[in-house]
Design a binder for this molecule. Structure first.
Ligand code: FAD
Length: 415
């Protein structure tokens, strides 16, 4: 242990959100403890998490400013275009046949021609974060170590680990994921529902280049996203009805590959499986409060949303950047960083913003995951309108880049 058992901040959960929070807060001069039940050596393995993340350009700024981007830059594939189609595979290569109910977002339309984001394998994000926090003098990592209890007093909070060790801090950050036990113990209620959908995730290799195009087809069972990766590979996020998913997951490789190819259409040429299949039950969870005395929720502990827009982690990155600003400001004027008056500034900044996006993605999924003719008509009208109005298209692109609203310092635009 680098700093004894007294810290400014104890972060429970060392996943993509908790780990990044530690890196950002330590850089701002806070002494942090990070507790995670999982073994870091296992977290670094490809078999730990088969997903990719669409990192928005605002989130990428945070990684850059913390010095973490260099480690992932070679593994990050820029998203140049996003094509959204109501129905199956239409694409930019089918000249003249693209449905009028397709939307095309082109990064060239943005003033600075920045990519719309980057697709990065979670294992590389995780590795860069773990490397940073393990080397930081201001951070002590306790892992594998399960948090077993928490006490929040007037003067400090105390976290007890399953092996009996105790860690004290002025503030505890709950970054313990969608099923956050800290959130439950703090009696913070949630709004939550299951989608009755499963996210099937797999990496595929293909004959033709994707040219940086991210495709999303809205099929009746749910969105089917093909996300460009390095080296002529793509990551699929195939949302399927939860009752149908097990049968697809049980198919042999060739039958599974054929199902994928049928959904892709011919635009990427022959497709082969380039990794194992993963599946995630999809659900919505929104905490009714992001704070309690000496406790702040970030990442999936605060909001777990449908992956339809690839924004879940990006919301968490914005939580972290906002919390850093709030805590630095409080410390600057000598306030207690665990006081409710301080934490309320964080809640005001983040809760409305993330609830709006969370509910927006929920609506999008409901609107598109069905074949009900009046709904189909309404959504196609909407897509037609957005497709024809350039300022609207640009606004959607700024949303995809998480570059709207009041941006914390770590996310602010250069210049
Ligand atoms: C199919 C799919 C695709 C997605 N794609 C995208 C995308 O393209 N873009 C995007 O922005 N987001 C995406 N997301 C969302 C993103 O993956 C999540 O928002 C993100 O991984 C959440 O990270 P987290 O650190 O908050 O939570 P978790 O990853 O759940 O981490 C929680 C950590 O807390 C630890 N923990 C829990 N309880 C305890 C305890 N008692 N003691 C100690 N440790 C504990 C766990 O071990 C774990 O490491 C996707 C999600 C899914 C399901």
């Amino acid at each position: 242990m680098k700093n004894g058992d007294n810290f400014d901040i104890v972060i429970v959960g060392g996943g993509l959100a908790g780990g990044l929070a530690a890196a950002a807060l330590a850089r701002a001069g806070f002494r942090c403890a990070v507790v995670d039940a999982a073994d870091p050596a296992k977290m670094r393995k490809a078999a730990f998490d088969g997903r990719t993340t669409a990192v928005s350009y605002a989130s990428a700024r945070v990684f850059r400013r913390l010095g973490l981007w260099d480690a992932v830059a070679d593994e990050a594939e820029p998203i140049r275009d996003i094509l959204v189609t109501d129905g199956r595979a239409k694409n930019r290569f089918d000249k003249g046949t693209v449905s009028s109910f397709a939307l095309h977002f082109d990064s060239a339309e943005l003033e600075d021609n920045t990519p719309l984001g980057w697709i990065v394998e979670n294992r590389f994000l995780r590795e860069s974060i773990l490397d940073a926090i393990e080397q930081d003098e201001n951070i002590s990592v306790f892992a594998p170590a399960k948090r077993s209890s928490a006490v929040f007093n007037d003067g400090a909070a105390e976290i007890t680990l399953a092996d009996g060790r105790t860690l004290k801090g002025a503030l505890v950050i709950a970054a313990d994921g969608r099923f956050s036990s800290l959130r439950g113990e703090a009696a913070i209620k949630t709004n939550e529902w299951r989608y009755r959908q499963t996210g099937i995730v797999i990496t595929v290799a293909h004959e033709r280049p994707h040219e940086g195009v991210a495709q999303e087809f809205f099929l009746p069972s749910g969105p089917f996203a093909i996300l460009p990766m390095t080296e002529n590979r793509s990551s699929l996020v195939w949302t399927e009805r939860e009752d149908a998913a097990p049968a697809y997951l049980a198919l042999d490789d060739e039958a599974f590959r054929t199902e994928i190819e049928n959904r892709f259409g011919p635009y990427l040429g022959a497709v082969s499986l380039a990794g194992p299949r993963w599946s995630y039950p999809l659900a919505f969870t929104l905490a009714q409060s992001y704070i309690a005395p000496r406790l702040a929720l970030i990442g999936d502990a605060a909001h777990a949303i449908h992956p339809i827009a690839g924004q879940g982690y990006n919301l968490g990155v914005k939580d972290i950047a906002a919390l850093v600003d709030v805590l630095v400001e409080a410390r600057g004027v000598g306030l207690d960083i665990g006081a409710m008056t301080v934490l309320q500034n964080y809640q005001r900044w983040r809760r409305f913003d993330s609830a709006t996006l969370a509910l927006g993605t929920d609506l999008l999924n409901r609107l598109f995951s069905n074949d009900f003719p009046p709904l189909r008509f309404a959504r196609d009208l909407g897509m037609g309108a957005v497709g024809k109005i350039a300022p609207l298209r640009k606004m959607f692109m700024r949303h995809a880049g998480a570059d709207l609203g009041s941006l914390p310092s770590l996310m602010a635009r250069e210049g």
